[in-house]
Structure formats: C-alpha cells, structure tokens
Design a protein around this ligand. Sequence first.
Ligand code: PXL
Length: 286
Amino acid sequence: MNICKRVAAVHDLSGVGRCSLTVIIPTLSAMGVQACPVPTAILSAHTNGFGDVVMRDLTDYILPALEHYKAQKVGFDCVYSGFLASEQQVDHCLEFFEKYPEALKVVDPVMGDNGKRYRTYTDELCRRMSELVAAADIITPNLTEASILLKTDYPTAPMTAFAAKSMLVRLSEKGPKIVVITGIDLADGKRCNIGYDRENNSFWKVVCDYVPKHYPGSGDIFASVLVGGIIKGDSLPIAICRATEFCELAIKTTYSYSTDPREGVMLESCLSWLTSNQIISNYTTL
Ligand code: PXL
C-alpha cells in the first residue's frame, strides 16, 4: 500500500495556460497525494486561444511506461485520465485500468467547453472517449462533454432539476457509478456542480457564484480536487464541495486581477487553501 496515495495522471503537458498536468500535479501535491504524470502529449500551450500551438503526440510512450511500472511493481491507487491526443490512447488508458484493477478509475472526458469541441477532438476520438467512460468508476464531464457523450444538443437555456438528474442517470447507465457534471445553470438561476452516486441513488448539488469569464484548466483543477478528496476519504458531496469551493476561490482571485483569461487561473496564489484540508458541507440534494 502507498502511504501517500499515488495517482497515475494520464493527461497532456501544456507549457503555457495553466491546464492539465501543470495544474493537476500541484493540486494533488497540495492535498498530500502523489501525482505521477503519464503525458499524452506535450504542447507549447493549451489549444484555446494561443494560435498554432506546437504539439508532440506521445502515443508511443504510454504503453512502454505502463510496462515499466508493472515490471517495477509500482502501485497506483488511482488511474485518472484527461486530454487524449489520439484514438489509440483510449486503448492505452483501458490497458492501464486492466493492469491496475484495484485502482480507482477516473475519466475526465476532456473534449470541449462552452458548447464547442476542442479543435484536436475528431468525431472518432469523441466516440472512443465514450468507450473509456464506460470503463470508469467516476467521470467528471462539463455540460458540453456530457452533451457530446449523450449525443444531445448542448442546453443553452437553464435546466430543470429533473433534466439535470436525467442527464446524470443516463451518463451513469453507460457504466460509471459516480457521475459529476460541472457548469450547470439551473432554472432557479443558480450555477452549480452536480453529482450522482448510483449505488446509493443519491443526487447532490453544490451552488457557486457565476463569474463572467472562462478560464481554461479550471475543469482540470476541479476534477483533481475531487479525485484527491475522494481517495483521501471524502464523501461524494464533500468532495464536490471542496472542488467547487477551491475553483471558486481560484476563479474569483484571478478575475479580481483582470488577467488574460487564456493564462488560466492564478493557482499559485491559492494553493495554500488546499493544504488546510477543511471539511466543507454546503451541499444540498438535487
Ligand atoms: O483544460 C482542458 C485542456 C487540456 N489540455 C489541452 C487543452 C485543454 C483545453 O483547452 O487545450 C491541450
């Protein structure tokens, strides 16, 4: 057993713009969880606003790295995937899941945001992402990704609680027993993150303030805090609260400085909040 919980983080490494591994590693570290990067690609910056980024696909790296870990008897408590650079990487994530059957399988089905797909995501890569979702224990799509997975139109109007619950249940029917969807606008005017645990048939809602700017990478931070919380023993609603509250702190701090949103959130200024490990319980049922 790892004394400090250890996560294999199968995500890209983007040099500029604070997303994926550059936020996942410090976030998990601040929570006392070891993040072992398994990079899917190296990019000069994320693909959301920096023009023609330089990208190196690392598809041929992942399986040899996995074999090395198995040969060295390296254990992981969690395998957590995100931005993938090719369809074959879906198979490589599935292989990770198979080789570490005891590990918690978390898929952040990174594919798009604000109703739009990221530019490197083809139809086929999105289809394969659904296969990966089916093998996961926990998934953390935003509303755009949830709509892609369910092959439904992106809801532009606020949703009823009934529609939000139905989305959670339909995603869970694909396989994962825990589904968390971020960035939901409910018909009561509240922006929130919602979760569902199929085994307990429980639905949760955590409300947050709406900030009129979008910062790439905030979904990666949300999912990382959620993962860190759950593997350290948080209940689902408490983990959603922790992740929501931290993202709200990072987003509002950043907004107050009027920085270029492409740069992501000012994670460095906020990380100390995570180390304090407070329990937060401002959830309600959905
Ligand atoms: O935060 C999601 C993400 C991850 N990786 C890359 C991205 C994005 C979002 O734009 O471009 C490369």
